[in-house]
Design a protein around this ligand. Structure first.
Ligand SMILES: [Fe+2]
Length: 258
């Protein structure tokens, strides 16, 4: 009886802040910042037009985000973006936000694809960073790049701290999660895709994301938003138990607020 009363009280205490946070307009406000998205129009597989950008940024603001760090792909074969292209695109988005009275902070970094070109780029010029020296990187989802760890170590030796984007999506590592422990032991950070936990990429990826969450492996949480449908998935997540998991998880996102 007493334990039931106690459990009931504990449950109410646990849920009170969640109810407050889950109100429309502030659902993801506890994160403060998002650090992975594709909001600059026409330069990757994200926003196609400035209207797409405005729609997505408005959706993020309506969900409570206050800072967005958008991260266009830098992938030589498909999206040969330079820092200059990205910064010019960012300026256009910022101007459009002002013109449309959408009050939110937005800056740009990049999602660098690890390949031979990236190794050259790393030698040539400074990379765009998410926070201090932290650089968002991704790699093939089909096979383990032979030089993957070598490149991660190279980044570290140059003073960068790699944030590995959506580790749960690399299927070839699903039975080798120790690879991610090795990355973290060396100083890399891991970024979870919220869409993975929502089941957007399938059950296996969701299961691996949950496993990494339960092991406290993630450092950042990102929307990886490419289009409006992704915003709808994030909105719907607020009514799931995954939302409770996120609220209680020590993500570092809030330190990115500008
Ligand atoms: Fe991405």
């Amino acid at each position: 009886m007493f334990s039931r009363l106690f459990n009931r009280k504990k449950k109410d205490e646990d849920e009170r802040p969640l109810q407050a946070m889950a109100t429309p307009g502030n659902a993801w406000g506890f994160l403060g910042a998002d650090m992975h998205s594709h909001f600059i129009p026409g330069i990757d597989d994200g926003a196609k037009t400035i209207e797409d950008s405005l729609t997505m940024v408005r959706a993020m603001k309506d969900m409570g985000y206050r800072t967005l760090i958008t991260t266009p792909h830098v992938m030589v074969d498909f999206y040969p973006n330079t820092s200059q292209i990205i910064n010019e695109g960012l300026k256009n988005v910022q101007d459009a936000l002002v013109a449309n009275n959408i009050d939110i902070k937005i800056k740009a970094a990049a999602e660098y694809y690890i390949d031979e070109y990236f190794i050259e780029l790393l030698e040539k010029e400074p990379l765009l960073t998410i926070y201090n020296n932290e650089v968002l990187v991704e790699f093939s989802m089909l096979y383990e790049p032979p030089m993957l760890f070598e490149v991660l170590y190279k980044l570290l030796s140059k003073g960068y701290r790699p944030i590995v984007a959506h580790p749960e999506r690399y299927i070839f590592f699903h039975n080798h999660l120790n690879k991610f422990s090795e990355m973290k032991d060396r100083g890399c950070l891991l970024q979870m895709n919220m869409l993975s936990v929502a089941g957007y990429y399938g059950g296996n990826i969701k299961a691996v994301a949950n496993k990494l969450l339960s092991k406290n492996m993630y450092d950042y949480c990102g929307s990886d938003m490419h289009h409006e449908k992704h915003a709808a998935v994030l909105k719907a997540m607020v009514n799931t138990k995954d939302y409770h998991t996120f609220v209680n998880y020590p993500f570092l996102n809030s330190r990115l607020c500008i």
